[in-house]
Design a protein around this ligand. Structure first.
Ligand code: AMP
Ligand code: MG
Length: 858
């Protein structure tokens, strides 16, 4: 049969692997005539032809036939004198299920355990090639029938089980029938486009067959009778209800609307076929559309109708469909299988009560939910199974808990409630995500960047602040020059809330000017002379700087519409030399400089879209600089400033060291920074990951001795690993942050010798006084491991976009988790929490891309 062939091939690829075993046991309680029971079991097992199949490979094609003789063994184990007979028996079964496969030997294990005078376990294990999950009830019902007849003294009153040929013939007939073609067309139409796949573990597919890990919960609070009554009120079955819960669960876990569930189906037609044990079952990929604003009732209805529809085409094999669709080998369309089985077999052996217990249900692809509807009064049993290659036990347990929460919700929610309100997070997890992992409050001095720099200049006046083209500038000297220029700006009427453009190529004057603007209390607007002229012109029009500090050689690049102050003009230099060079006080300034005043305006995004000016206040910059000096102590050593100052990534290694006493080696230009830094003997360097290959070519001069910061773009494990092998003693940091949150809002540290986990390199957790939230479209936190959009709140937030109130309101939204009036920034980045509280970067929610660290909106 077609389904058997897939199993046969799967087993050939991994011959010993016991993943294809299925096993269960039936517990019988009460007065049992043991010898009659044993006879009934023997007779039943003999009748099941599927258990006695034998395989051969003629011409490469597997053939099967039913063995003539019945050479199987019934183990009878008396445990009535054992201490925990129950456990001993189950352990025996588990050991049996772990045994390597031999397809040339018997396909089954049969054992009867006497647990106590009132209790017997009947264990059956079969290879999946012989039996599917629907065989258990058939076999057990037949055994009960024989036993009851023996007990009544009317042996052989009923007919034996029918031969497996009937199933095989039906399968052959079906595959040659018109119905087969109809089904094929149906399924191809269902998947005329291939839906994006979501897996709970987010880890893609596993190549090997694995025995599932299982998280089993018995839910006494969810009486099957209650659930069935609820199902009836929704005009569906228990199975329909559980499938709806699963679809809602996947929808809430993924945020996706196009959901595919795997539904095991008997794939047999007619009463006769349904009474013959064998391997016929099929998995149906049920494609569902789950919209967040659907009511619970609509969702249940939709799922029920869809299931009904696909069941009409259940005989068309999934493997055939995958081949039709040219799905890559090993891939499937669904990630979660959902199976609801009645384990109330409703059989009685004389007066004995029975209960069935599933032990193993064949190999697992990704994850599966199996619900066993047990006998009256025993509740339902939910087994959440997972492939151990893709999930840890803990992750599986969490997923199980979340599913149960959705089930609870479904049970209690009014039918008109929307499915977006289904609860997946528990209170503990919610607190961990929102509070514990965002517990970053620390005190930060109430000082601006110029004040931090001035304090440093007072502490270490003769220390080197800048190194450029062979010359060195001390802290005291840099401070004096900046103070004089600041006084000039104040004379020109500039102060807090004014904007001063800077148009320089890298050099000492650029940095003097940048400090001077801050000291005057104004915000600097970097105009990189290398930027396209129309972009610079736009920035000048938009930000309307009062003046532009620049150099004679940049005048050509400076757009019209702003008055230049040319620093290297001789008269100006003479004038400046006469101004006092002590630190400015608030009294001298045009107004008091406070933390909410802007310190810089940096334009982002827009080689095609309109660039927007991000207005960063002093408070945010101070918070970042104080934090950076704490976590990157090498900023007090030698660092390099090589990236464009029109890009906030450069703040870390320019303002960063100047706020804490480091020496900044100023490189002429980004493209040649490796050459420019030859011999610089740096302690710390910050680059984008795309610079790594350049850095690998450096003969050593540009490579820092202590710490490498990487940021601005996704960091791939592989390229980092390669690089780390060459520089094993370096501290490496993945530094993350949008311009809108002041340079960086999260970082992940990789110490020498640390192994990188599979997947992407995490971006870490929030920095000081910062909170990071991973939210769904309704601004609800998503669970650990689930992709959501990253929102950032806290000290680093920009004031907004200059002159773009509407856009600011869209991206800086009210924070539902903070105090009154608090905002959070919507990054547009898709991330997920790892179980250890580190964030993993997954991609963008929009069409923004980065080229060498620069944002571009497509
Ligand atoms: P920018 O405003 O130029 O700093 O760009 C910010 C954007 O760059 C973020 O929203 C991310 O999309 C991306 N980005 C920055 N740092 C990282 C990082 N370490 N890993 C992945 N993406 C990053
Ligand atoms: Mg950034």
């Amino acid at each position: 049969m077609a389904g058997q062939r897939e199993i046969w091939l799967g087993q050939q690829r991994d011959p010993d692997n016991p993943a294809y075993y299925i096993g269960e046991y039936l517990a019988l309680r009460g007065e049992l005539n043991f010898s009659l029971f044993e006879r009934a079991v023997r007779q039943t097992v003999n009748e099941v032809e599927a258990f006695h199949l034998e395989f051969s490979t003629g011409a490469g094609v597997p053939q099967q036939r039913v063995r003539g003789e019945r050479d199987w063994r019934l183990h009878v184990v008396d445990l009535t004198n054992e201490h925990s007979a129950n456990d001993v028996a189950v352990q025996w079964m588990q050991d049996d299920l772990a045994r390597p496969v031999d397809l040339s030997a018997s396909l089954i294990t049969q054992a009867i355990f006497k647990i106590s005078p009132e209790e017997v376990f009947w264990y059956q294990r079969a290879h999946h090639i012989a039996a599917d999950g629907f065989c258990g009830p058939i076999v057990i019902a037949r055994a009960a029938q024989i036993y009851n007849e023996l007990l009544a003294g009317t042996p052989q009153a009923s007919e034996p089980l029918k031969p497996i040929d009937l199933l095989l013939d039906a399968d052959r007939l079906y595959r040659a029938s018109e119905e087969f073609e109809v089904d094929k067309a149906f399924w191809k139409n269902e998947f005329s486009d291939i839906p994006e796949k979501f897996t709970l573990g987010g880890r893609g597919v596993s190549g090997t067959l694995r025995t599932r890990i299982r998280n089993k919960t018995i839910l006494p609070s969810l009486e099957s009778a209650d659930l069935k009554a609820l199902a009836r009120s929704y005009r569906t079955s228990l199975s329909g209800l559980i499938l709806a819960a699963s679809a809602i669960y996947l929808h809430r876990m993924s945020g996706m609307q196009d959901i595919v569930l795997g539904l095991p189906a008997v794939a047999r037609t007619g009463g006769t076929q349904r009474g013959i044990p064998g391997m016929m079952n099929n998995t149906l990929p049920v494609r569902l559309t789950m919209q967040p604003d659907m009511s619970l009732e609509q969702a249940v209805r939709h799922v029920t109708l869809r299931v009904r529809e696909v069941l009409r085409h259940q005989r068309y094999r999934y493997e055939d469909l995958l081949r039709d669709l040219r799905v890559e080998p090993g891939q499937v369309l669904h990630s979660l299988t959902v199976n609801v089985m009645s384990f109330d077999y409703g059989v009685q052996f004389g007066d004995c009560e029975t209960s069935a217990h599933n032990l193993r249900g064949g190999p697992i692809n990704d994850a599966s939910i199996a619900v066993y509807d047990r006998a009256e009064g025993q509740g339902i049993e939910v087994a959440f199974d997972a492939n151990p290659d893709l999930y840890t036990e803990e992750e599986n347990e969490r997923n199980a808990e979340r599913f149960l929460r959705v089930l609870e919700w479904l049970k209690n929610a009014p039918s008109a409630q929307t499915i977006s309100e289904a609860t997946v997070l528990g209170a503990d997890e919610r607190r961990r995500l929102l509070v514990d992992w965002n517990d970053t409050d620390v005190d930060v001095p109430d000082a601006t960047f110029p004040e931090l720099f001035e304090a440093q200049a007072a502490r270490t006046p003769s220390a080197t602040a800048l190194v450029f083209a062979g010359a060195e500038v001390s802290y005291a000297e840099l401070n004096r020059r900046a103070n004089r220029l600041a006084r000039l700006l104040v004379e020109r009427g500039l102060g807090p809330e004014s904007v001063v453009a800077l148009c320089f190529r890298p050099g000492i004057d650029m940095i003097v000017a940048l400090l001077a603007v801050g000291k005057a209390g104004a915000a600097y607007l970097p105009l990189d002379p290398k930027y396209p002229a129309d972009r610079l012109a736009y920035m000048v029009r938009d930000a309307a700087p009062a003046v532009a500090l620049t150099a004679a050689q940049e005048l050509a690049a400076l757009p019209d519409g702003v008055e230049p102050i040319v620093l290297d003009q001789p008269q100006l230099a003479q004038y400046l030399a006469k101004l006092p060079d002590s630190d400015l006080t608030d009294d001298e300034r045009r107004g008091r400089l406070r933390p909410h005043h802007p310190v810089y305006i940096i334009y982002t995004s827009g080689s095609t879209g309109t660039p927007k000016g991000v207005v960063i206040p002093h408070g945010g910059l101070t918070n970042y600089l104080v934090w950076a000096a704490k976590v990157y102590p090498e900023l007090r050593g030698r660092t390099a400033f090589h990236a464009s100052y029109a890009f906030d990534g450069s703040v870390t290694t320019l303002q960063g060291p100047l706020a804490c006493g480091g020496a900044v080696v100023v490189a002429a230009s980004d493209d040649t920074f490796v050459d420019a830094l030859e011999g610089a003997s740096l302690d710390l360097l910050k680059v984008t990951p795309s610079h790594l290959p350049l850095l690998a070519m450096s003969t050593g001069g540009a490579v820092p001795s202590k710490r490498l910061l990487l940021g601005g773009e996704p960091l791939r494990r592989q390229e980092l690993e390669q690089w780390r092998r060459q520089h094993p003693s370096l501290q490496v940091v993945n530094h993350f942050g949008p311009t809108e949150t002041t340079v960086g809002c999260a970082d992940h540290h990789i110490n020498p010798g640390d192994d990188l986990a599979e997947g992407t390199v995490p971006i870490g957790g929030p920095i000081d006084n910062t909170r990071t939230y991973v939210l769904d479209a309704g601004l609800r936190p998503v669970p650990v491991g689930v992709a959501g959009e990253l929102y950032v709140a806290g000290s680093g937030l920009a004031r907004g976009y200059l002159n773009r109130a509407g856009l600011s309101a869209q991206r800086f939204v009210a924070c539902p988790f903070g105090g009154p009036g608090e905002r959070m920034y919507r990054t547009g980045d898709v991330v997920r929490w790892r179980a250890d509280g580190q964030l993993e970067y997954l991609g963008r929610a929009d069409h923004q891309v980065k080229v060498r660290g620069f944002r571009i909106e497509l």
